[in-house]
Design a protein around this ligand. Sequence first.
Ligand code: NAP
Length: 292
Amino acid sequence: MQNLLDGKTLAVIGDPVAHSLSPLIQQAMLDELGWRCTYGRIHVPGGTVAAWLPGAAASGLAGFNATMPHKTDLVPLMDTLSEDARLYRSVNTVVIRDGAFHGFNTDGEGFLRSLLDEGITPEGRRAAVFGAGGAARSVVLKLARTGAEHVTVCCRTPEKAAALTENAPDISVTDMAPDTLAQVLRSADLFINCTPLGMEGVNADFADFSFLDALPKTAPVCDVIYRPLCTALLHEAARRGHLAVNGLGMLIHQAILALEHFSGEPLDAAAMKSAILKKLLPALQSEVRPQH
Ligand code: NAP
């Protein structure tokens, strides 16, 4: 059956972009669907996305995903913005149609779907989130808008997170002092790490995991990191009896949602997830990295 994307190209832009798993993930779905569309990777230097954009439309690109450092720069350059992209002030998916740019952000919804896959619903939860960067913003705002009773953002520079609490009485911000964390985690029933601590290549991890002692055992512990698949945090959480959830589900679901935007068609998420995992797990487990 003819599809909007047949004969078209898609890409991920970033700086750097060689590490991006988007080409592998998106191509796995395109191949599974039998759509004649190729997905590439384009190095767009930081600070140059505004100059690159008009050429992208002229080159026949049907859309693109954006990774660091372009997600924020794209916001004012879009002809339309989805509600989530406007809320997060960040664009990770751009659909180019008739020369116009339509910006979306699928990170928050991708995170939500990864929770639902694990049987975790946000309604009525008291969530504690570590970090206040781009990933945290999408996670915190999605939780707050899908029924979480309260979300506490624990971060080392609380002033950076102040904007998250604007007109949102169900979101508060604290520092990361041990006493503060113990108090917050004692009354939490969901914990999410949105810092890069424990991520491969970052060379920094939590100094200790004693903050987990305060968290009720029934609280799931999530890490948005997927490299490695099991961070030291998740290892410690599982050892203490928590349900431990890595960032793979978020990565996969944000990609499925992006392809739905590119194609304008709803996709069978379970079939897409299984096609992606067949390609992605061997790549992550063998630590083979795509090259430029
Ligand atoms: P970001 O915008 O740079 O934000 C990082 C946050 O972590 C900031 O709040 C930063 O605090 C905090 N942080 C960094 N080092 C810290 C430390 N040593 N102690 C305490 N806080 C620290 O990064 P991001 O885009 O949000 O990404 C964060 C993580 O999420 C990365 O590992 C990324 O790979 C992952 N991610 C996963 C997905 C997925 O699909 N699974 C999607 C997006 C991101 P300061 O502001 O004080 O520096």
